[in-house]
Design a protein around this ligand. Structure first.
Ligand SMILES: Nc1ncnc2c1ncn2[C@@H]1O[C@H](COP(=O)(O)OP(=O)(O)OP(=O)(O)O)[C@@H](O)[C@H]1O
Length: 658
């Protein structure tokens, strides 16, 4: 089993509330605001005098025994009026802040999360609303609704919401684009679940900051409106009209300005400091939660070490032609939106995987391997779509199927393991919690049973101390261990097909061998079919009986791996093999196929590889090359495949430059 990294026991992120409360300044501010709320609520019982009771013998007195904060120009007790006045001021601010929370933050989160037409309408509406002058509109509203201050503050909240919504939308969009959110979709979790469990906790920080800062501003605006005479009618006290009364007699009793001014000023300050504390706590958490660069440690414990003589264990059995395919892709064409409009990025792909079979998909970067994998899961980026062809999984056609049918397969029947486990696991939920969440989602059961199953799955993927690792966050794990956890997560639904998209690319050589061993073991034990996407011929030859080679969106060659490696039937495969790092002799420069993969909008009408091919003839460039069958169970898109592998032509086909 892999050893437990020492880092596992460190850097556990504390819940946000606890992190905030650990800051003395935040604690003082919270206490102050709580005191204000309590004092204003309990004013009828705690205030020494009524809010309008006058004592004409004591007018404009300073602080004293009978009146701790003095009296105003009508002999009214300032402390009592402050307490009573807090209630409307705080209610007004709360109404405005709640409106911003519901309208601003609510719309921002919805637009950022849903995207599409809602986001476009939202952005347009925000642009329009930001052009509306807030104060002027508010004064007009007050002129219409009179002294209905609560309504006015709700209107203020609506007017301020676009700015807040824009910030919150940005934060939500950033979280939505995180790989772990995509991974949660791949795992089959529903939208609402992903929003509540994976997105909202991450955007809660920015939302609280925005709302608390605005609450301070709302207190100030409320006081300002009362000062101007728009608030509650005298003699009802508000902090704003108390400041207005004090301002009228500053020459006779300047002290009178101090109590409402200080109380209000401190309340605004407290809101700001609290917002800062939440922001800092959030930043601290995301720093610890942001996965560091993969720390793949070559853990060398006995169970996971590749054993001598078993470095090339037998490749899992291939599907026989008579057995029905578990996954059958036929003539699939995928288009994605891009700078050149909808562009075809995968064209006419045929690919079959039998139950329990491991099939390789290999090719240079940008050839369409990942898009093909995502097309199977119905998770194409943007407004991408499968424009032609069919994808049949276990007898069910997925192209054009009800989205619920495809969603039901994700995680449960088809799972994905990506190359970046550190970014595809939720950084703020313990690994065990994420696995248990999927177990319950796909198989039901109690929380306790799901947690036990999560530990079992971690043990199955050879994680040491699985009980402990289940409580860890992903940033506490090494690269290899995180990849094991990601595989455990993929197995939670007990799928029939695993799409492994370069699952070992981010790992170092030692851990790579362990993870490949592990994949083969789970594949064998569970009869899993695996589509293994890779750049690495070594991985392909070790794992896959059959391989498909992709170039510029097309499958250009396919066949049993051993045969394909020994006798490539397409110059691209030959070139790719010749430029594999292991093929170069010692001190010989690494070879490469001349040129680069053309971008999808630059694909030629004929053979996509013609421009880089030493064997190309005018016929190759003239028209699209269909998939030919040079031998049983072999496919190639090369018109000159019969000439490959013969003397000089073979050399020319693999002609590469340093
Ligand atoms: N979100 C996207 N929007 C637009 N085009 C995309 C998007 N993702 C991929 N593409 C394009 O689709 C084509 C295929 O990309 P894909 O990621 O499938 O290649 P790949 O063979 O998996 O490469 P790699 O090995 O680097 O992952 C590329 O031309 C790429 O630019």
């Amino acid at each position: 089993m892999t050893e437990l990294p020492s880092a596992v026991r460190r850097h556990r992120p504390a819940p946000m509330v606890r992190t905030v409360l650990r800051r003395p300044a935040a604690l003082v501010c919270l206490a102050y605001l709580a005191l204000l709320v309590l004092a204003s609520l309990a004013a009828p019982w705690l205030a020494p005098h009524g809010p309008t009771a006058t004592d004409l013998d004591h007018v404009l007195t300073g602080p004293g025994a009978a009146h701790p904060l003095g009296t105003d120009n009508l002999g009214r007790d300032v402390l009592s009026r402050l307490m009573y006045g807090g209630r409307p001021s705080l209610i007004d601010a709360a109404v405005a802040a709640s409106t911003v929370l519901v309208v601003g933050a609510g719309c921002g989160v919805t637009a950022g999360f849903l995207g599409g037409w809602f986001d476009r309408v939202f952005s347009w509406a925000v642009d329009v609303m930001l052009a509306i002058p807030v104060l002027v509109t508010l004064l007009v509203v007050l002129a219409v609704v009179g002294d209905h201050q609560v309504l006015a503050m709700a209107v203020l909240g609506v007017l301020v919401s676009p700015g807040v919504a824009r910030v919150v939308r940005g934060a939500t969009l950033a979280v939505r684009q995180e790989l772990y959110v995509a991974a949660a979709r791949v795992s089959g979790l529903g939208r609402r679940h992903i929003l509540v469990r994976h997105v909202l906790p991450r955007v809660a920080g920015p939302v609280v900051v925005q709302v608390s800062l605005f609450a301070g501003g709302a207190l100030m605006i409320d006081a300002g409106l009362s000062y101007l005479g728009f608030g509650a009618d005298p003699p009802t006290p508000t902090w704003g009209n108390m400041i207005a009364d004090a301002a009228a007699v500053t020459d006779r009793q300047p002290w009178l300005l101090a109590p409402p001014g200080v109380v209000l000023g401190l309340a605004i300050l407290a809101c700001g400091v609290l917002g800062d504390a939440v922001r800092d706590a959030g930043a601290g958490r995301s720093t610890t939660a942001t996965p560091p660069a993969p720390r793949s440690r070559p853990s060398r414990s006995r169970a996971s070490r590749p054993r001598k003589g078993t470095s090339h264990p037998p490749v899992p059995a291939s599907r026989t032609d008579s057995s029905p395919a578990l996954l059958s892709i036929h003539d699939a064409t995928v288009a994605l939106p891009g700078p050149h409009g909808m562009t075809t990025v995968v064209e006419g792909v045929d690919l079959d995987i039998g139950p329990g079979e491991t099939v390789g998909l290999v090719g240079e970067s940008g050839c369409g391997k990942s898009v093909t994998g995502r097309a199977i899961l119905g998770l194409l980026p943007g407004r991408g779509e499968i424009t032609e062809g069919s994808i049949v999984f276990d007898g069910t056609e997925l192209v054009g199927a009800d989205p619920r049918t495809v969603r039901a397969l994700r995680g449960r029947r088809i799972a994905l393991v990506s190359q970046t486990p550190l970014t595809s696991l939720d950084p703020v939920i313990p690994v065990g919690g994420q696995i248990a969440e999927l177990v319950r989602r796909h198989h039901g059961g109690t929380r306790r049973a799901a947690r036990a199953r999560a530990v079992e799955l971690l043990r199955a993927v050879r994680v040491a101390e699985p009980e402990h690792v289940a409580t860890c966050h992903v940033h506490e794990l090494s690269g290899g261990m995180a990849q094991r956890a990601a595989i455990a997560l993929a197995l939670a639904g007990e799928p029939d097909l695993l799409i492994a998209d370069e699952p070992t690319t981010a790992l170092d050589a030692g851990v790579r061998a362990e993870v490949l061993d592990l994949l083969r073991q789970v594949q064998r034990e569970r009869g899993l079919a695996v589509l293994l996407i890779s750049h690495d011929w070594k991985v392909i030859s070790r794992m896959c009986r059959r391989t498909y080679v992709m170039y510029a969106g097309q499958v250009v060659e396919s066949g049993p791996t051993a045969d394909l490696l020994a006798h490539p039937r397409h110059p691209y495969t030959a070139g790719l093999l010749a430029s594999a790092p292991g093929r170069a002799a010692p001190r010989e420069p690494l070879r490469a196929i001349p040129g680069t993969v053309p971008a999808p909008h630059e694909w030629p009408p004929g053979c996509h590889f013609a421009a880089r091919c030493a064997l190309a003839t005018p016929a190759c460039a003239a028209a699209a090359v269909p998939l030919l069958e040079p031998a049983p169970d072999r496919g190639t898109r090369c018109l000159r495949h019969t000439e490959l592998g013969k003397g000089d032509d073979r050399d020319r086909a693999t002609a590469v430059r340093s």
